[in-house]
Design a protein around this ligand. Structure first.
Ligand code: 26Q
Length: 809
């Protein structure tokens, strides 16, 4: 149901000028973009605040069931345009700015990305917040208000340098509201023993515990043109007044503030690990405590809390939730174990985002019981009862042993999330299948009914209407406006993919986006790139399994092709990279250095000229993705089959008309199913072939290196001095590929990748064929809207009903 704010341009100008004058006390003409941004954001706050209040009143008056999405990461990026778009006033505001003689783009760029996430997992959480509000479901977020988000990346001499990201700086976050009255206490450390509480009950008695105050900051999540405002609650830590004497020095206070200071502090040291566990428990405990409190306000029985509350565990980071929920129900509210367990398992559900077993969190029992002594007792009890119950059911002993929570001195968080909940899902079809047959196979054998798939999605509005406004207008021109409200209407584009005039329009749109990116590249790197070249893009976190190195190897092959035959016929390409490496991930940083030095070599070789350019754009983030993705001709999704759970940038590229160069991994497979085999370029091993190597141990990288002359030359290029200033990085790469037998099978996939890239070049030269492919991608991308993904979560996992969207009377 469409519902937009009624706002004329004149009214907006009056509101904006008034807010500006109250706030800034200067002339509009003298204001900096930041001052204008603040005034604009405050104007918008005034618009949505009544909706926010009404939404909360309506949900509690109707006693609606609410799903709470617990995530240690939320990565919304900038909020200004999304908020304007969703209020239905983006065009009005742009028009108002034009009339005032102000530069809207400069103002929107003054907003700092809200980067409380690393990559896919955090961005997905933010997408789900938007889609929950847009579909109208009551779904609230619960996370941490880090003072420093993901580090800012600078490239110095080709190396990654990390700088702190003080995202809300001294200005504060304009969108948030501190909710002092919802603050709760969270307890860490100390000793706990069970004392007689009468009536045959026990209650825990704590000594020497550290008590901290959790204070929520609420960030509104606006639905698209429906008047709905949901809530993203981010917790900050404070020292409770009654304990202030325990923290006499500034250093004492800093240690407390550390809990919400930074996203994913280094966990390679004991200290770092402890801090991370404290972060996880802090947000989980605070969130669950307030959820129980607000449920009880409705006057309903606590045993039935699952009828009104769902808690979703996004990856293992909040996986302490089932144990903490048990603690609250039993210790704080006196519930019996069985009733509490029944409620807990019905409330909790869990999403897995990786099959890499090293990424499944485990804590040593020593550390865990030291930081969270009472929760540890409860986990041991859950584990014992699980063993007893499975034993009584006659379950296979080895399987039960493999799935228990406390094992070999470690607490397995994924196991707690699965045993303590009713649903486990993967994030793409192939990923869910792999969970069932490999990573979580024993759980699947014991409780198959818990497993389900929810293929990821993206907020199509951000990647089309906001990031690609000209593309959006062109879609309007050819199929009308309906797709803006119902993405499935995009399918009408299928009728014009072979229309020469439409093809021409969409070609021009891409050229404009490429020009916009080319200007940015020239400005930030000094490298001139031609928009006649294929823009070939790989942007994502730097990880060995994502195989940026395979892309690099192909570039080296092209470099030698041109050097060997400078007059040859060559389809020009610009290779664009964006990638942050984890600060402690040495090998990933070496790859960044090599990409930058290879770029220097190629970009400054006159013989290469415009045939080949390589660009590494620093500080890849959501707002930069909005500039890069619409400008791509080719989307590199080349992870080793089985390793990328889903990927989500692949969907964004598809929706804006790039052709995917893909392995059969993650959601690439489902993209192929939507666009058809002939409109995607597939290469490489299948997951079964990969698993065959694992089973037979028959992979021999050195043999491939020795016998394939092209491969030989490409790999030697890392160590023979061709690429200057990266001797040690080059030999690390050589060793990983040859000496240590190439863990991610780059050598085996190299030939088929090179052949696939040659197909891309040929296809691009046939403009009709290329535009058919490109437009088929746009026309068939509707499956990947996160609005539909979230509907599936809401219906199939959380069992939500759809509250009356928008204002109630
Ligand atoms: C774990 C323990 C200790 C420290 C850090 C971590 C950690 C940090 C980040 C574990 C996982 C992550 C992030 C994972 C992630 O982003 N996964 C991606 O999730 C996307 C959304 O489902 C998928 O599309 C991607 O395929 C997947 O890689």
């Amino acid at each position: 149901m469409e519902q937009t704010m009624e706002l004329t341009t004149d009214q907006f100008i009056r509101d904006f000028e008034q807010t500006f004058n109250e706030q800034q006390q200067t002339l509009l003409q003298n204001a900096t973009p930041t001052e204008l941004f603040l005034a604009l954001a405050h104007t918008i706050r005034q618009y949505y605040t009544p909706m926010w209040l009404e939404r909360n009143e309506s949900l509690s008056a109707r006693q609606e069931k609410i799903a709470y999405y617990f995530s240690i990461e939320f990565l919304p990026g900038r909020m200004l345009e999304t908020n304007l778009l969703n209020l239905g006033i983006l065009d009005t505001v742009k028009e108002g700015f034009t009339q005032l003689g102000l530069d809207f783009t400069a103002v929107k760029n003054a907003e700092h990305d809200m980067a409380l996430g690393n990559g896919g997992l955090g961005r997905l959480a933010a997408a789900f917040m938007d889609s929950l509000a847009t579909t109208g479901y009551a779904g609230f977020g619960n996370g941490l208000r880090y003072k420093y988000g993901l580090f800012k990346q600078r490239i110095v001499d080709g190396y990654q340098v990390e700088l702190p990201d003080a995202w809300f700086g001294s200005l504060g976050n304009v969108w948030e509201t501190r909710k002092d009255h919802d603050a709760v206490n969270v307890r860490f450390f100390g000793n706990v023993y069970m004392a007689d509480a009468g009536e045959g009950k026990l209650k825990p008695v704590y000594s020497n515990a550290q008590v901290l105050r959790a204070v929520p900051y609420d960030v509104p999540q606006l639905g698209y043109k429906n008047g709905v405002v949901n809530n993203l609650r981010l917790w900050d830590v404070e020292i409770p007044e009654e304990y202030e004497l325990n923290y006499p020095t500034i250093a004492d206070r800093r240690r407390v503030e550390d809990i919400t200071a930074v996203l994913y502090p280094d966990d390679s040291t004991e200290e770092g690990k402890k801090l991370r566990l404290m972060q996880e428990y802090f947000m989980t405990s605070a969130g669950l405590q307030t959820i129980v409190k607000s449920y009880l306000k409705m006057g309903l029985p606590l045993e039935k809390i699952y009828e009104k509350v769902s808690v979703h565990i996004n990856d293992t980071h909040p996986a302490v939730a089932p144990a903490e929920f048990m603690r609250i129900l039993i210790d704080d509210y006196g519930m019996e174990w069985d009733a509490a367990w029944n409620a807990t398992t019905k409330v909790m559900s869990y999403t897995n985002h990786t099959i890499l077993s090293e990424a499944l969190e485990k804590w040593s029992t020593g550390l865990f019981s030291f930081v969270l002594p009472r929760v540890f007792q409860i986990i041991v009890e859950i584990d014992n009862r699980y063993m007893a119950q499975m034993g009584a059911q006659g379950a296979d002993y080895a399987r039960v042993e493999n799935t228990r929570i406390v094992r070999n001195g470690q607490v397995h968080m994924a196991h707690l999330a699965i045993i303590g909940g009713h649903s486990v899902n993967g994030v793409a079809q192939i990923h869910t299948e792999l969970l069932k047959e490999d990573t979580l196979r024993d759980f699947y054998a014991l409780t198959p009914e818990k497993f389900n798939n929810k293929t990821n999605g993206i907020v199509q509005r951000r990647w089309t209407q906001i990031a690609a406004p000209v593309l959006s207008q062109t879609i309007d021109k050819w199929i009308g406006f309906e797709w803006r409200n119902d993405i499935h209407a995009l399918r009408a584009l299928n009728d014009v993919v072979d229309n020469p005039r439409a093809q021409n329009d969409f070609w021009e749109v891409k050229q404009l986006a490429k020009k916009r990116l080319a200007d940015y590249i020239e400005e930030t790197t000094g490298v001139h790139v031609s928009t006649d070249a294929i823009f070939d893009v790989q942007v994502k976190r730097l990880h060995a399994y994502k195989r940026q190195l395979l892309n690099v190897m192909h570039i080296i092959k092209l470099y030698w092709d041109i050097k060997d035959n400078p007059e040859g016929d060559f389809t020009p390409r610009v290779f664009i990279f964006g990638a942050k490496a984890a600060p402690g991930y040495h090998f990933a940083k070496s790859i960044i250095k090599v990409i930058n030095e290879l770029a220097n070599l190629i970009n400054n070789d006159p013989e290469i000229g415009d045939k080949l350019k390589v660009v590494f754009l620093e500080n890849y983030r959501v707002s930069l993705a909005e500039l890069i993705i619409p400008a791509a001709n080719v989307s590199e999704q080349i992870s080793l089959a089985s390793k990328e759970a889903s990927g989500t940038s692949n969907m964004k590229f598809m929706m804006t008309g790039a052709v995917t160069m893909a392995t059969l991994d993650g959601a690439n497979i489902e993209i192929r199913d939507e666009v058809g085999e002939e409109n995607i370029v597939i290469f490489g091993m299948t997951k079964d072939e990969v698993y065959h190597h694992y089973e037979t141990h028959d992979y021999n990288a050195r043999y491939l290196y020795d016998t394939d002359p092209v491969l030989h030359r490409v790999i030697n290029t890392f160590v023979d001095g061709t690429i200057p200033r990266c001797q040690s990085e080059g030999s690390e790469i050589f060793d990983a590929l040859v000496t240590y037998n190439d863990e991610y099978f780059l050598l085996e996939d190299f030939q088929s990748y090179v052949a696939a890239q040659a197909r891309v070049s040929a296809l691009y030269r046939d403009r009709e064929r290329w535009m058919h492919m490109s437009m088929m991608n746009i026309a068939n991308s509707d499956k990947f809207t996160s609005d539909d993904t979230i509907r599936q979560y809401a219906e199939e996992i959380w069992h939500l009903s759809l509250p009356h969207a928008g204002r109630h009377r």
